[in-house]
Design a protein. Sequence first.
Length: 304
Amino acid sequence: MGLRYERGPLEDRLGMIFRGEVMSNSSAVLDEMVSGWIGSPPLVFNKLQEALNDPDLSFKDFDAIISADPSLTARLLKVANSSFYALDTKVETITHALGIVGVKPLIEMALSTVMVQKLKGISPEMLDVQSFWKHNVACGLASRTIAQNLGAGNLEAFYTAGMLHDIGSLIICQGNPKKAREILSWCKSEGLPQSEVEEEVFGFSHARVGALIFKEWGLSPSLIESVRYHHCPSQAENFPLETAVLHVADFLVYKMKYTLGNSYAIHPLDPNMVRMTGVTRESLGYIRQAVHAQMAETLNIFTQ
């Protein structure tokens, strides 16, 4: 089902465009690239993480943290009042919203704020920001819908993985914009998947970068593993279902034209992951409908 592309002596061909400058010390390059991000998660994120680890705190304590961030407050209320929860009454207070949405999804909202902020600093010549954001939102919605169809718990965790799975691309764009432009140019001209070219040039892909950041920020192991292996899901050892859902959702939203605005190939769809997630031809229509129906509302939640 995946797009086919010709595999050739990729490293030799890359040598022509990069003048033999394929990076060998990938660990040092990776550390340097992510150093500015590891120590700079949003302040409200740190406070929420600390609060989550304190069993004595109540919704009132979280209320104080959230209310200090107007953007996060607005997003929380929008989520609580969204069609996903389909409530009969309007949610107007943080405490009520927390009772509906829960505390842990706030972490994801705080992290999504990071993506929104960082996207503003990316050159449009390097990355189609609007397409990038739509792709990630659509992937989150598709992941949640697939998980919901499976009867899985903690649906927001699946949504979060989809929303944040490409954060490594932002880090690469900011950490080495020159190479990022060259990689994207090569992907377009040769029709190669971005992560494959990243591996040859840097020795790591955006998936590994994102997983490293999430590990350093102390996020859930399921999020870390699913993001790390969403292009090679068979390598996931501890959270195969979460990784399979993200892999399938990522592929499906590309097919729905929620792409990154570039013409390079995507990784083929692993049929074993399709079977694991229970996605069938019959359910595809429902998944597409759910994503399209929620896109505008979800994008609005993160537009401040």
